[in-house]
Ligand binder design. Sequence first.
Ligand SMILES: C[S@@+](CC[C@H](N)C(=O)[O-])C[C@H]1O[C@@H](n2cnc3c(N)ncnc32)[C@H](O)[C@@H]1O
Length: 409
Amino acid sequence: MSWQQISCEKETRQAPAGLIRLGSPDQLDWEPYLGKVSCVYIDPPFYTGELFNFNQRVGEDGWKTGKRTLRLEAYSDRFETREAYLALIRMLAATARKLLSDAGALFVHVDTREDAHVRLLLDDMFNERNFVNQLIWAYQSGGRSLKHFSRKHDVIFFYRKTGKLHFDITHVPIPRDENRQNHMRRTVDENGRPCRTIRSGGKTYVYYDDDPVYPSDVWADVSHLQQKDPQRTGYDTQKPESLLRRVLLPVTEPGDIVADLCCGSGTTAVAAALTGRRFLVSDSGKPAVSVTRKRLVSQGIPFDLEAPCEKTPARASLRQFPGIAYIDVCLDDFAPLAPWPDGITGLDGVDQWSIGWLKDGVFLAQADAARTQKTPALARTLQMPLLSGAPAALITDILGNRYCFVWRE
Ligand SMILES: C[S@@+](CC[C@H](N)C(=O)[O-])C[C@H]1O[C@@H](n2cnc3c(N)ncnc32)[C@H](O)[C@@H]1O
């Protein structure tokens, strides 16, 4: 009778709001989702030639003070040639096209380096008559150039799959911009309702003060994440949840599926779940899957996750205490075969862990612990109700590696 390390490919929870998957879209099987997705958002590498990082805080101290941090490579944005970069975009867009329903919408987020090339490619793949908008996300972020106008906007291409696009802009009302209406005449109509009027081309246009206002294709009202924003996960290139809400709300209804094939820190999954949509998100990087998982766990959003656990042997000191209706599992120590960098040892190397039941090779999660700024200390004992199956523990380390252990009688 002992805790034994096993390989497990899937974890699940009751009433999941969506699925997280590890892998490049061309290596994953999308068969069950083909034609079922209402919105695909893709925020791929931008062909910057840079390496992007994930700042992983370490241990209770690191989470309390932010001073003990490991700088891990999140993903590489280096491509040998433009053709190699565009091959990635083509693969992502081809997967998106297969996933989308006829009423579905695709959003591809790039910047001004490659936007022209990506636009031509998408026109070709989706047909230019299905191009809907070039959205400009204009933001204020640090750094100003004196050599040219500062580059302070991204481009998001919006395509429909077919002419049956579902689009309801009333899902995204915005506050009225008082400054933009200063040139209009303030008045009241015959019923005393305040409005502003303007004459143009021989016609008088009337805008009521209490009429809802909707965004145009230039979004200057969606703020970039500030340094101290509580949404920040430490994952470079993380986008704000408000941007994703603006993208997905007009093209989806509650219950619809929103996909993101380069999910990074999981912004799309959170935005979808918090607005009652389901999510289907994937990324080829372990740090991305690990951050996304933690974001969902810490917000109490149930999910399924598909990613293989490590097969290299690791040592976990686990103890279990069965009660009448519940069982407690205690994690005392953990060490992978290859040591972590910077002399990190023991539970300092553990970022998240969960307990649950193993059934037919699937981990049914029952209780979770994760280090966050709110909970810097990792709970060492977790409790779960007694169910049938074998008690199991799933440990995610600071590198995003996942290890599964099961109690074998
Ligand atoms: C700009 S980031 C996405 C950031 C994300 N929108 C967020 O809010 O955190 C791009 C992501 O693409 C992922 N990526 C790069 N190549 C990929 C591939 N072939 N398949 C899937 N994801 C890939 C990277 O791992 C990275 O997380």
